[in-house]
Design a protein around this ligand. Structure first.
Ligand SMILES: [Zn+2]
Length: 167
């Protein structure tokens, strides 16, 4: 399965913030790195780097091993990027996106929607009936609105993503 750079960046940003993309970029080039070297190379402070590493660790995208510095007696954490786990996570997010699009599409297809001319709020038929077909925001009457363009958009997005996945 092809995974685009764009999907990787989006996935990383979602789980650990935009800065995590740079950290993974560095870790990807080395077999393992400690957080001080990472901070120095990226011009970031160690606390920030550590915070991001923990988030990445929560998502199983990095792992670490601890070694003892013989001189100082302190522990050093060496971090390693788990490339295969990232692919798995990207795929999982794709599946979630597909499911979400299917749910939205079903909702659009199975409902009739109503809205005032100002477009304050769009509600399905049941809700519009409860509201007496009167907009609660502006007081204007609510009319049926055609949602076929929304359905078209969702179907287009779905077919694009499903083409990539190969469903
Ligand atoms: Zn209104």
């Amino acid at each position: 399965m092809e995974i685009s750079e764009h999907e990787i960046v989006n996935t990383l940003a979602k789980v650990a913030g935009a800065n995590s993309v740079d950290i993974i970029g560095e870790l990807d080039q080395e077999s393992e790195m400690d957080e001080f070297s990472l901070a120095e190379r990226l011009g970031m402070d160690v606390k920030t780097v550590r915070k991001i590493l923990y988030k990445l660790y929560d998502s199983r995208l990095v792992k670490f091993r601890r070694i003892k510095d013989e001189e100082t007696g302190w522990y050093i954490y060496l971090w390693k990027f788990e490339n295969e786990k990232l692919k798995g996570l990207v795929e999982k997010m794709r599946r979630e996106r597909v499911q979400n699009l299917h749910e939205r599409l079903d909702y659009e297809k199975n409902n009739q929607f109503f809205m005032c001319d100002s477009g304050c709020i769009r509600v399905p038929f049941d809700r519009a009936m409860e509201m007496g077909f009167t907009c609660q925001h502006c007081g204007a009457s609510m009319n049926f609105v055609d949602n076929s363009h929304i359905i078209d958009q969702l179907e287009k997005q779905l077919s694009e993503i499903e083409k990539v996945i190969g469903y």
